[in-house]
Structure formats: structure tokens, C-alpha cells
Design a protein around this ligand. Structure first.
Ligand code: F6R
Length: 264
């Protein structure tokens, strides 16, 4: 795992967008794993801007989102399908037929989860998986005690997650209690993982996820097992990292990051 610290939220999101853009330019058929949530909004803003100003081409890529609420229709403004259409898909030239989210209204949810795994495999697996992190350390909706080898399945959301997502629904009682989510094992199968966290609210859990012991209580710790995982944080989210000076040195000195320096 590698931790990269950028000065602020905007610079952190820009770095993530530039990593995705670089991969997409190198492989127009890229299979991108996507996340939703507040943190990702600025990444999608940057990608939309790159599409508009630099002609970043999404026409041949495919996408698989991490999760979707059970019971919400794609037209529901709170659904993740709606979020993705709004923040990214309708603003770039991706072929909507190549964009995938689990169907939270499927009559047989278990079959839907199995089919989602099959679809990912059919597309050759995920090349780069974008991740956020919840206050309690989930990636996707892999809540505490999620098996570190779990696959796509239905998960009940914890009170912390219900509270975290309540503002979007106008109250905790209105948040769906279950979601379909890629499993931790599904995420670890991606060839590259990029986790983005910003703001001081995430400082405690980022320190646990990056420098703490691997535990099913914090599914993000499983990323320590991934051979190519980059955690991008702003200074606020880096606030409790013991190795922050070392991580800053890496970004300033390692050749891999040279082309990403000096942009923001
Ligand atoms: C959403 C997802 C979640 C979020 C996480 C952080 O698709 O998978 O794990 O990434 O809950 O959400 P924000 O960015 O709203 O703090």
C-alpha cells in the first residue's frame, strides 16, 4: 500500500482523476470500478472537465459500481444509478450500456449478486477500482465483520452508515436498511485500487485503515493485502497518520509520481 498526501481536497481529487485519466488514455477499453458519495463528487467534476477540455474519451470503457441500495429504482433520485448518471455518465461520452450497477429491485437479490460477479468476470475483471471510506471503515458497503474474502451480496447497513447517509435522504429513517455491495474479495480482485479520503472526519479511520492491524471490523484494512493500492488523502484526512513525513517524501521523490507533481 502507498499513501499519498495532497494539500487539500481539490488537489487530492485532481490527483485521483489524473490517475484514472492516465489509465484510460493508455487503455481505452479500461474497466473502471466506481464509487459514489460526497468524496467522489469532486473526482467526477474533474473527469467531466477533462472530457470537455482535454477530450478524455470514455466511449470504449466500461464501468462497474461498488453498490446500490436495495429497493430503490434507477429513477429514484437517491439511487446510486441516479447519482452516477447525474455526476458522470450523462456528462461524458460513456456508452450507458457499458455502465453497470447492481439492480436493487431485482426480484431475486442473491441471483442478482451472482450475476454481477459473472458480469465483472465477463468483462475481464476490474482494471482500476475507485474507493471511498465510511466513518466506520467500510469500503463499498462492507460493514464491520464483513468477511475479507466476501463476494457481491446483500448487506444490512450499520447505524453509523445510516447516520452518515441520512442527510441525502432527509433523515435516518428514510435511508434503505440494506444494499447490494461488491464483497471485500471482489474489490481485492481489481488490478489496481485507489482509495480517496478527505477532511478531518476521516483522519481517525484513515490511520486505522492504513497503519492499523488487518481486521474484519474495518474492511478497508484488507487493502493492505492488495499488491497495488494507493490511498490518496488531503492534509486534513492525513492528520493522524504516523508516517505522514515518509508518505510526503514518497510523493515528492519517487519517479512514479513525477508527472503528477506541481499541478496543484
Ligand atoms: C459508495 C461507497 C461508500 C462510500 C463511503 C464514503 O459507493 O461505496 O463506501 O465511498 O461511505 O462516503 P462519503 O464520500 O460520502 O463520505
Amino acid at each position: 500500500m502507498e499513501a499519498i498526501i495532497r494539500p487539500d481536497e481539490e488537489a487530492a481529487a485532481l490527483l485521483v482523476a489524473r490517475i484514472i485519466a492516465k489509465e484510460l488514455r493508455a487503455n481505452p477499453h479500461l474497466v473502471i470500478g466506481l464509487a459514489t458519495g460526497r468524496t467522489m463528487e469532486s473526482v467526477y467534476e474533474w473527469l467531466v472537465r477533462m472530457h470537455r477540455d482535454e477530450k478524455l474519451d470514455f466511449s470504449l470503457c466500461s464501468t462497474f459500481n461498488l453498490d446500490e441500495y436495495v429497493g430503490l429504482s434507477p429513477d429514484d433520485p437517491h439511487s446510486y444509478r441516479h447519482y452516477m448518471n447525474d455526476h458522470l455518465f450523462r456528462q461524458v461520452n460513456v456508452d450507458l450500456r457499458n455502465t453497470h450497477l447492481p439492480d436493487g429491485q431485482a426480484p431475486d437479490l442473491d441471483a442478482e449478486c451472482r450475476d454481477y460477479e459473472k458480469a465483472i468476470a465477463k468483462f475481464g475483471g476490474i482494471d482500476i477500482q475507485l474507493l471511498g471510506i465510511g466513518q466506520a471503515g467500510h469500503i463499498g458497503f462492507n460493514e464491520p465483520l464483513s468477511a475479507l474474502r466476501s463476494r457481491t451480496r446483500v448487506k444490512a447497513l450499520t447505524p453509523t452508515t445510516l447516520e452518515q447517509n441520512a442527510p441525502f435522504f432527509g433523515g435516518e429513517k428514510k435511508v434503505p436498511r440494506r444494499a447490494i455491495t461488491m464483497g471485500v474479495g471482489t474489490i481485492l480482485d481489481a488490478r489496481r485500487c485507489i482509495l480517496l479520503a478527505t477532511g478531518s472526519d476521516k483522519a481517525y479511520i484513515i490511520a486505522k485503515a492504513v497503519e492499523g492491524a488487518i481486521t474484519a471490523m474495518i474492511s478497508a484494512t484488507a487493502l493492505q493485502l492488495h499488491p497495488r493500492c494507493t490511498v490518496v488523502v488531503d492534509e486534513a484526512a492525513a492528520g493522524q497518520l504516523q508516517g505522514a513525513d515518509y508518505y510526503r517524501w514518497i510523493f515528492e521523490n519517487e519517479p512514479e509520481w513525477e508527472e503528477f507533481r506541481g499541478t496543484n
